[in-house]
Design a protein. Structure first.
Length: 101
């Protein structure tokens, strides 16, 4: 009698298309470099969450956070958000009208 081989679940086995796309985006992301529980980790987690809300997807959020931005003097939003004042500035920019971003 032949044994049936089972496969481990993949991101494509989970949920609807939108969930699959977000999980796939997550799998492609580079590590953020902050350790769990560190102030940087918590700040980056909050920043990612707000950016996904503003941009509509994890991939779009990461692209925006990692790209130099004229409104931030050519720095990336993630670089600027390293200080409390910069974090507030990036949050304000994310919620501003699209033409200001």
């Amino acid at each position: 009698m032949a044994m049936k081989r089972t496969q481990a679940p993949t991101t494509h086995d989970m949920g609807d298309k939108a969930q699959q796309d977000q999980l796939t985006d997550w799998d492609r992301m580079a590590p953020v470099g902050g350790e769990f529980g560190s102030p940087d980790y918590e700040r980056l987690e909050e920043l990612d969450h707000l950016a996904v809300k503003a941009k509509g997807s994890l991939l779009a959020a990461r692209r925006w956070l990692d790209a130099p931005n004229q409104a931030l003097d050519g720095l990336t939003p993630e670089e600027v958000a390293k200080t409390p004042e910069g974090f507030a500035r990036v949050c304000q920019l994310m919620t501003s009208p699209a033409e200001a971003r």
